[in-house]
Structure formats: C-alpha cells, structure tokens
Design a protein around this ligand. Structure first.
Ligand code: SF4
Length: 122
C-alpha cells in the first residue's frame, strides 16, 4: 500500500510517496523528498501525526469577543477534537499580552495554548 503526501515542512512542498517496507530501517520507503526533513516528516505522519492548532477563545472586557490563540507546539492529531472542547469552554479576561499562556498543559500533553495578539481592557 502506498500513500501520497505533500511535505509541509518548507515552502517547496515536495510530493512524497510512502510505501510500507519492512526491510527499510524505519519500516517505510519514502521517495519524492528533496531533503532528509521530508523523510522525517513522512515517518511522523505515518506513526504519530501532529498539528499546530490556530483558533480563538472567548475574551471578556475587550473590544472584540474572541482572541486569536494557537498551540505553542504541535499536538497529537487524535487529541485535537478533545482539545477544542477545552478551548471552546475557556474564557479569558483582558488585558492579554501576545504570548501569554492561557491554557497550560492542555489534556496533559505539555502543549500550551498561547495568545497570538495582545488585547487591552476596555
Ligand atoms: S522534502 Fe525537504 S525540500 Fe522538500 S518540502 Fe520537505 S523539507 Fe522542503
């Protein structure tokens, strides 16, 4: 079985083909990559896919009702749905500074949810 993926590690966007191959060092044969980072990305995608999550949270006492946030590192793809429930239930209060940790260690993953902009109190 083969799987085709676009490598998202850099803007080149190499088209990777991944084949299960028990004789290969890491269990997969990867072609189409221009550099080794593509191999690492493909293996991560096959064994432990993760994603950065950009989203928003509710904010009170600010001029907008939602504050943009993101994970401070990639989170296990399987946990994104559960993490979004926690994020959607969360409300912060202005003022907030860009980079503030709003939710620490979400779901015990050691991933934090951080503000991606500042918002003053009104
Ligand atoms: S394989 Fe290397 S060059 Fe190609 S997209 Fe991935 S990181 Fe960029």
């Amino acid at each position: 079985m083969t799987k085709d993926l676009v490598c998202i590690v850099c803007p080149v966007g190499c088209r990777l083909t991944i084949e299960k191959d028990d004789t290969a060092e890491n269990g997969y044969r990867i072609t189409g990559n221009t550099c080794k980072r593509g191999i690492n990305y493909a293996i991560e995608e096959m064994t432990h896919p993760t994603r950065m999550v950009p989203t928003t949270v509710k904010i009170e006492q600010a001029f907008l009702k939602r504050l943009p946030v993101r994970t401070d590192r990639p989170i296990d793809k399987k946990l994104i749905f559960e993490a979004m429930k926690v994020i959607n239930d969360f409300t912060c209060i202005a003022p907030i500074k860009m980079g503030d940790v709003l939710i620490e260690n979400i779901l015990g993953t050691e991933v934090n949810i951080i503000a991606t902009r500042s918002m003053d109190k009104v």
